[in-house]
Write a protein that binds this ligand. Structure first.
Ligand code: IMP
Length: 430
């Protein structure tokens, strides 16, 4: 049974955590394949909001194996906290020993660069993600396995001149680098991680050979993807299934489930064509608690962007969609972007096959208003129970993207989700 891949289709924060939390009940293992502590996947657990940043969103599901792959840049302090949640819940964890470690110096480099960019800052999460991936590309990454002993820590800090180069960069940026000795002491705190280390690629292969259902969890969303996203305001890893393929060598998936919020949000800098600043967007910001789960920054809100969603589904290989937070649209007309026109020429943008930042900056979104509904939908568990206006909205998303919707989020609780009959049965978990 090939793996299912779950990806964000907008600019992150689509509500992947809750969807994966659901899917965790039907799979034997989950594997997080990209990003780092810049991500924040929110789960609702016994009425409490839990945010996981590195471990997969199945950590609160007993017996599920939660793996962190070799392409995830890991902050060991975050790992220690999340292991406690997993241990309390009775889920199992395996961390790939090759996963790169985000060192304090990486965060310092990120901060120094953002400072130097002034009003041209990229709005990174300052979690050291970009600099850590650079060291991975430079083949001198400090790996989780290097945390084992003082000798291996020292050798890893010296590999490819890692410490010296990065410390020099921090100083040049006007900050005081954390010293070599302090780095060694910092690294020595994480010995307890060693018992969780292993080879996630081998385990994934064994599980697939054994016919198990497994799900691969991406971080962020299509618009932030390293290659396909709106550069330079993107992150440093692949949010698309490419991230899973490049780190696990797996190119066939049973499905790629794209997660899209019923409206769009973006945190940090960068173009968002359907951005709105009106009573509706402020209402969504408030009701949807649209603040970065890691940085606390307010997320900008805009109308559902169908051309961009279609593009993300095509380039991300999305085979099925889950729409989240549909309940938040209750009580209002629904703004939807159904097309772009180019530089006020009225020319339709489907002509453009690549939606780069430059293209998106030259278009005007065409916003239509759809009829909304007033009754609460949070109790609905079958698609047919949704008001006809909600069904019309979902049908428009399906017809515009050409991708079937298999699930709809209707509330914050884990079970406040409608799975449609068409959803391939994952419930038999071999
Ligand atoms: P970095 O990933 O910290 O380097 O930040 C690069 C860009 O990605 C910034 O615009 C961040 O706000 C954005 N970003 C990174 N991770 C997330 C996420 O999980 N959700 C939403 N935006 C994110």
């Amino acid at each position: 049974m090939p793996a299912i891949v779950i990806v964000g289709t907008q600019w992150g924060d689509e509500g992947k955590g809750k969807v994966i939390h659901n899917i965790a009940q039907w799979v034997r293992a989950l594997v997080r394949y990209g990003g780092g502590g810049n991500a924040g996947h929110s789960l609702e657990l016994d009425g409490q909001r839990v945010v996981v940043r590195l471990l997969p969103s199945g950590i609160t599901t007993p017996n599920v194996l939660n793996m962190v792959g070799p392409y995830v840049v890991c902050d060991p302090e975050v790992l220690i906290k999340e292991l406690q949640i997993a241990n309390t819940a009775g889920s199992r964890v395996l961390l790939d020993r090759d996963a790169p470690v985000v060192l304090p110096l990486h965060k310092q480099v990120d901060a120094a660069r953002e400072m130097a960019r002034g009003n041209k800052a990229l709005g990174t999460t300052k979690n050291g993600i970009g600099p850590c991936y650079e060291d991975h590309k430079a083949r001198r990454e400090f790996r989780l396995g290097d945390l084992a002993t003082e000798t291996s820590i020292r050798q890893a800090l010296e590999r490819g001149n890692l410490y010296v180069d990065r410390a020099r960069e921090v100083s040049a940026g006007g900050l005081t680098p954390m010293s070599f000795a302090e780095h060694i002491n910092w690294c020595l705190q994480f010995g307890e991680l060693m018992e969780y280390l292993g080879d996630s690629r081998a385990v994934v292969e064994e599980l697939l050979e054994d016919g198990a259902n497994i799900a691969a969890e991406g971080a962020q969303g299509f618009g932030l993807d390293e290659d396909q996203g709106t550069r330079p305001y993107n992150t440093a890893s692949n949010s698309t299934p490419a991230g899973f393929s490049k780190s696990f060598g797996i190119y066939r998936f049973s499905s790629v489930i794209g997660i899209a919020k019923a409206y769009v949000t973006r945190v940090g800098e960068g173009i968002m064509p359907t951005l709105m600043d009106n009573e509706w967007s402020r209402r969504m910001q408030e009701l949807g608690q649209e603040r970065g789960s890691v940085t606390g920054r307010v997320r900008r809100v805009g109308a559902m962007d169908l051309p961009y969603l279609k593009f993300a589904c095509r380039r991300g290989g999305v085979t099925q969609l889950v729409i989240t937070k549909l309940d938040l649209l209750t009580g209002h007309k629904i703004p939807v972007c159904d097309g772009y026109s180019y530089k006020n020429t009225g020319m339709h943008v489907p002509k453009f096959k690549t939606l780069t930042s430059e293209v998106l900056e030259s278009i005007q979104p065409n916003i239509i208003e759809m009829d909304g509904w007033t009754e609460s939908i949070s109790h609905c568990r079958r698609y047919e129970e949704l008001p006809r206006q909600a069904q019309a909205y979902l049908r428009l998303i399906e017809s515009s993207t050409g991708v079937p919707i298999i699930g709809v989020g209707v509330g914050a609780d884990r079970d406040a989700i409608i799975w449609r009959d068409s959803y391939p049965s994952l419930s038999q978990n071999p």
